[in-house]
Every structure is written in structure tokens, then in C-alpha cells.
Design a protein. Structure first.
Lengths: 113, 116
């Protein structure tokens, strides 16, 4: 079955430290891949997306993600975390080009000072 | 409007009552999607509309759930005889449906449903 896995439910990072949130997807063909952030009062916001081409994609707020076909992964990274990055992050995949997004269960990021 | 809007933003209801959740997509977007975020379940797909038709209802969890879309615009998600496990944030998204390119889904702020 098509699925997206985010193995880390909760991560705590010190402010200024680097961040990596993991995401793996199932299925043979490469889906369209996305990272969203859900912040209180902000709704679900798209951080970045991968369709094809360059495997390192840049997003908003200083985030980037790297697609690795061999590992079926699409990990989200940020070199220096800010307190305002504390939120819930969702990895998502579109396996059928424009229908349902399949989401991971989310990773909650806490930022310590 | 400028974005996807949903109403109400919060809804508290008693078990067994029916509720209606509304979604206004971005003007001109022909595709509309419903998802829900339940505690411990992440974000789950419920139903997808293309125009007024729903080619994919596979995510609806039971026959108590239904959705309709009229005029290719506003959509209503109805939950009959609500149960406590229906408590969740219900998110709506819309996108254009140009055949030549992938179209991003834009999400509304959600409706938080609490069933007592």
C-alpha cells in the first residue's frame, strides 16, 4: 500500500542547532513529494516540493530537502533552527498525480533555548 | 477570496448530533479535497472533488460521512450521528486542474470538531 512514514514523533533541538526530519515513502514509482508545516493559527503551509530534476530542493523559511531514490527518502533540513520553527511538520506524497495527498503522521518540533 | 476558507472554525457538538462543515475554495479552483487530522492519526484523506463530482471517496471512514459540492465551488462535509472518534481538525484544500502541469493544493485553516 502507498504510505509515508515519519519515524520521529517528537524532536527537540536547541536554538541555532541544525535540524533533520526524516521521511520515507513506499511504492515503486517516485511520487510527488512535499513538506508542510502546521503552526498554531497558521493552518497548513507548504514548505517545499519535489517533482523531478535536482534532488536538493530549496523551500521557504530556510528549509531544504533532499530526495534520495535509493533510500525512498525525502528528509527535511535546516542549518540553524529558530524558536519560531517550533511546530508540527508533515511529509506528504502524491502517488497519483493530482488526487489525494498521503501524509505521514507528523513530527512535532520543539526548540529549546 | 484570497485563500481557502472554512467555517465554522470551531464546533462543539454532542454525540449523536449531525454537523455540517463548509469549505469555500479559491476562486477558479476546480479540484477540492477534504482531509482530517485526528490525534495520533496524522492527516488522513477523506474525499476529492473534481468539479461537482467525487471520483474518489475512498477515505470516508463510514457511511455517516458524506460530502457534496455544488456549482463547482462550495463544498459541505456532513457527519451524521457524530461519535467521539469523529473529533478532529477537518481540513479543506483546493487546486486548479490543468492537465499539463501539477497543481499545488492550498489548504484552509481547518474546522476543529469536538464531539462530547
Amino acid at each position: 500500500a502507498q504510505s509515508v512514514t515519519q519515524p520521529d514523533i517528537h524532536i527537540t533541538v536547541s536554538e541555532g542547532a541544525s535540524l533533520e526530519l526524516r521521511c520515507n515513502y513506499s511504492y515503486g514509482a517516485t511520487p510527488y513529494l512535499f513538506w508542510y508545516v502546521l503552526s498554531p493559527g497558521q493552518g497548513l503551509q507548504l514548505l517545499l516540493k519535489y517533482f523531478s530534476g535536482d534532488t536538493l530542493v530549496q523551500g521557504i523559511k530556510g528549509f531544504e530537502a533532499e530526495f534520495k531514490r535509493s533510500q525512498s527518502s525525502f528528509n527535511l533540513r535546516k542549518p540553524s533552527v529558530h524558536w519560531s520553527d517550533a511546530a508540527e511538520y508533515f511529509c506528504a506524497a502524491d502517488f497519483q498525480a493530482g488526487t489525494a495527498l498521503i501524509f505521514g503522521k507528523g513530527t512535532t518540533l520543539s526548540v529549546s533555548s | 477570496g484570497a485563500g481557502v476558507s472554512q467555517s465554522p472554525s470551531n464546533k462543539v457538538t454532542e454525540k449523536g448530533k449531525d454537523v455540517e462543515l463548509r469549505c469555500d475554495p479559491i476562486s477558479g479552483h476546480t479540484a477540492l479535497y477534504w482531509y482530517r487530522q485526528s490525534l495520533g492519526q496524522g492527516l488522513e484523506f477523506l474525499i476529492y472533488f473534481q468539479g461537482n463530482s467525487a471520483p474518489d471517496k475512498s477515505g470516508l471512514p463510514s457511511d455517516r460521512f458524506s460530502a457534496e459540492r455544488t456549482g463547482g465551488s462550495v463544498s459541505t462535509l456532513t457527519i451524521q450521528r457524530t461519535q467521539q472518534e469523529d473529533s478532529a481538525v477537518y481540513l479543506c484544500a483546493s487546486s486548479q486542474r490543468a492537465a499539463s502541469s501539477y497543481n499545488e493544493q492550498f489548504f484552509g485553516p481547518g474546522t476543529r470538531l469536538t464531539v462530547l
